[in-house]
Ligand binder design. Structure first.
Ligand code: UDP
Ligand code: MG
Length: 351
């Protein structure tokens, strides 16, 4: 499990392009203000680690000059790879695209571009990985720059997921910022579902894992693309792609209402037998009808959430389309093993 990279000596005359040991994957959407600073800090942090590395910037259909900034970085630094997606696909898929194109032979680090995840923490991730852990996830010690409500809802969500997740456990206060060994990345990439709740997928893969605590900083520049509606949808995504427990709610709700109806029905029958039928009961009838109608609509909605996801998966579309891929230059020296880089197709799948 210890990821020592064996430097394979290529047979004479067979020039094999070297691959870096470590890849850093950075999805970015409208991040032109922070990217130069991010790259400066990343490069400084990576220098201290002493492994050959590359950074894969994924431009997720930015509407600003992000792509230009990335190309500029690549012109100045051969360790930069750029993957330009054909449009905005969302962070989860941009991340997958980056992982697909990461050529690091030993490990891959996933980090946000907005400097909320300090690049300096990567050294700690690498240290823990060298101890033999396949997955080292950065766990927030405190959440700066986030309101009380956001913190409370996040906590509630993690608690809910913890309870319904069954065997698969979601570590709390953990985002996508993490290091994964090559075999963990390959395992993750074998999951090609359309609905990519990354936290769930990371957790599903398993492998020896441990947290590294860090302080999450507020955004350096630009603004978050999250709003409450998106967070709500992300939670729905998380629950529905993680567990089918809500489907069972319908069953138990049905059983409970049937039991109540039986008791109530008995009461009505007995009352009618004893006291006759004064033909009243419009309010209770209305209440029961509305209540049952509501329950039915909610359960239909839950089924619909799942059905919609089944529909999306059956189309089997590629996860993303690549407009342009500029790989990093192979490292001239370093601890990288040298096998042929995999052929990339533009269909969101590594051939
Ligand atoms: N991001 C992306 N595509 C999107 C939205 C966001 O690639 O559609 C990137 C964004 O550039 C950043 C990371 O995902 O690097 C996290 O986004 P953000 O900071 O908006 O999320 P938050 O930190 O608020 O959870
Ligand atoms: Mg952020």
């Amino acid at each position: 499990m210890l990821q020592t990279s064996l430097s394979v000596v290529a047979p004479p005359g067979m020039e094999t392009p070297r691959r870096p040991a470590l890849s850093v994957v950075v999805p970015a959407f409208d991040e032109q203000e922070v990217l130069p600073e991010f790259h400066r800090r990343l490069a400084a942090a990576m220098e201290g680690i002493g492994l050959a590395w590359e950074v894969v910037y994924v431009n997720d259909g930015s509407r600003d000059g992000t792509l230009g900034v990335m190309l500029g970085l690549r012109a100045a630094d051969p360790r930069v790879a750029v993957v330009n997606l054909s449009r905005n696909f969302g962070k989860e898929i941009a991340l997958t695209a980056g992982l697909d194109h990461a050529r690091g032979t030993d490990a891959v680090v996933v980090i946000d571009a907005d400097l909320q995840d300090p690049p300096e923490v990567i050294a700690d991730l690498v240290a823990a990985w060298r101890e033999g852990f396949d997955v080292v996830y950065a766990q927030r010690r405190v959440r700066h720059g986030e309101g009380v409500v956001k913190r409370a809802t996040a906590a509630a969500f993690y608690r809910l997921m913890q309870r319904i997740g069954g065997r698969v456990r979601l570590p709390k206060d953990t985002g996508d910022f993490r290091l994964m060994s090559r075999r963990a990345v390959d395992a993750l990439l074998s999951l090609r579902e359309q609905h990519r709740f990354m936290k769930g997928l990371f957790a599903w893969v398993g492998f020896p894992a441990r947290p590294v605590l860090y302080d999450r900083a507020p955004r350096a520049a630009g603004r978050t693309k999250w709003n409450w509606w998106k967070l709500w949808n992300l939670s729905l995504e998380g629950i529905t792609s993680f567990t089918v427990a809500p489907l069972k709610v319908a069953t138990y709700l049905g059983l409970a209402t049937a039991a109540i109806a039986l008791v109530y029905g008995t009461v009505v029958v007995v009352k009618t037998l004893l006291f006759g039928n004064p033909v009243a009961g419009y309010p209770s009838l209305m209440t029961v009808m509305l209540f049952l109608g509501g329950v039915q609509l909610i359960t239909l909605g839950i089924i619909g959430e799942y059905l919609g996801r089944v529909f999306n998966e059956t189309k089997r579309r590629p996860l993303y389309l690549v407009e342009r891929h500029l790989p990093s230059e192979p490292p001239s020296t370093g601890a990288a093993a040298g096998d042929q880089p995999a052929e990339r197709t533009t269909l969101g799948r590594v051939a």
